[in-house]
Design a binder for this molecule. Structure first.
Ligand SMILES: [Zn+2]
Length: 434
């Protein structure tokens, strides 16, 4: 029998979407809680007073008194080959791609570079408490090999795919419809379902794929069970006009993907800032998901994501950082910006709903809520220890807070990687703050 381990701390996790069950029934909180982990999974969660007496003799108990344990954060949209251009000045989506993104992604033809970047990139996610992410590679299959090698070493639950892009990009970054299909297939065979890894068929966005390539992307989804589909949609108004010019025969942006069989469960569309009602309805009825990327939408001047509208149609919504268009790996920082994006539209983001978006909501949009997203027994033991004393200001502000809701909100507005004391994947520490 594997040795159980226990963690004693205040524990908070979501049980359901506050939108569906109300705030009070949406979460579970144990002021003096105990999380028991066995074989990489949650074995028990509850009050320390109830669970401690039944622990097997000799079980190691790690205590975090001035902290809060939550499930690991889930990032439903991020780019592995764009770490080097995070925080680059003065562009909107289309010139951002030309000026910064494409040259940075070009370097990933070099496996040594890709491996070095994979360590940096995954290290940065773990420093920020992110234990699962849906990740864009570059067009080169070795970028995905490098990413998955590192994720496998750390036994992380990760989803990634090679970009498919056969037009409207520099020669050094394009595949062909056939090579994109063949390379993706090779990566699927090598990685999909290995350990905790999953593959996502990843056309960059409609403008950079020919109809032939999109058809082959759809074919891949039909050939293997449980693959993901990961792309962008309706981020920027110029982009939307361009899609109309390139696909005049289609009814709109989403219809391009729909026509090629690229929507449905496990299809995740980043941004969706300018989706119309019909598109939201179609995404909702097909079980597709949208990744809300607030830091990126503000930074690239793309617009304000209308969470209420999208959710009204039953669309699954996760939270994305969209590094490098996004400006932080931190889901706390993303929630800080999400709150402001919604404020500007007269919407409120309750802190429990915010936690839901960053954890169980993300898991639900990835159809992984039976494995991750909260700390119910049987789930993967992926969790993060948030530090109530992370900075002098956080320490002082939380000292003034009278309720859990107030503490959680202040932590999300003031917190970032400094608020992450330790990150665990499958019950093993994968990052500890120095
Ligand atoms: Zn993106």
């Amino acid at each position: 029998m594997p040795q159980a381990k226990a963690f004693r701390a205040p524990l908070l996790h979501c049980l359901a979407d506050p939108r569906e069950v109300g705030i009070e029934s949406s979460y579970e909180y144990f002021e003096d809680g105990l999380l028991v982990v066995e074989d990489g999974k949650v074995a028990q969660i509850g009050n320390a007073a109830d669970l401690l007496p039944s622990l097997a003799a000799g079980t190691e108990v790690t205590e975090y008194p001035e902290a809060l344990i939550t499930p690991g954060f889930i990032d439903t949209h991020i780019h592995f080959p764009q770490v080097g251009v995070i925080g680059s000045y003065g562009a909107q989506l289309l010139d951002w791609l030309e000026t910064y993104t494409f040259p940075s992604e070009g370097q990933f033809s070099d496996m040594a570079h890709a491996r070095e970047q994979a360590q940096l990139f995954i290290g940065e996610m773990l420093r920020n408490g992110t234990t699962t992410a849906l990740v864009f590679g570059s067009v080169h299959k070795q970028s995905v090999d490098a990413f998955f090698e590192q994720a496998e070493k750390l036994n992380l639950r990760m989803i990634a795919g090679k970009v498919m892009m056969d037009r409207n990009a520099p020669d050094y970054l394009t595949d062909t419809a056939e090579s994109g299909y063949a390379d993706s297939k090779e990566l699927i065979e090598r990685w999909h379902g290995k350990g905790r890894l999953h593959y996502a068929v990843t056309p960059r966005f409609a403008p950079t794929s020919t109809p032939e390539q999109l058809t082959l992307a759809g074919k891949l989804l039909g050939e293997y069970p449980d693959l993901y589909m990961h792309t962008h949609i309706s981020e920027n108004k110029q982009e939307i006009e361009w899609v109309k010019e390139l696909f005049p025969e289609r009814k709109g942006y989403l219809d391009v993907y729909d026509h090629h069989g690229l929507i449905g469960p496990r299809a995740v569309f980043a941004h969706g800032v300018h989706l119309c009602d019909n598109e939201c309805k179609r995404l909702g009825e097909t079980g597709s998901a949208v990744a809300f990327c607030p830091t990126s939408n503000l930074f690239l001047g793309s617009g304000l994501f209308d969470l209420a509208k999208v959710e009204q149609y039953g669309v699954r919504v996760g939270l994305g950082t969209d590094v490098g268009g996004g400006t932080s790996f931190s889901q706390l920082a993303s929630l800080n910006e999400a709150y402001k994006v919604l404020q500007l539209q007269g919407q409120k983001l309750d802190p429990f709903k915010a936690l839901y978006l960053a954890t169980l909501g993300g898991a639900r949009s990835l159809y992984l809520d039976d494995r991750i997203g909260n700390l119910q027994p049987g789930k993967d033991a992926d969790f993060v220890v948030l530090d109530y004393k992370a900075t002098p200001l956080i320490d002082y502000r939380l000292g003034q807070a009278k309720t859990l809701q107030e503490r959680l909100f202040a932590l999300m507005i003031l917190g970032d990687d400094r608020a992450v004391k330790e990150t665990y994947a499958a019950g093993v520490s994968v990052h500890r703050k120095a």
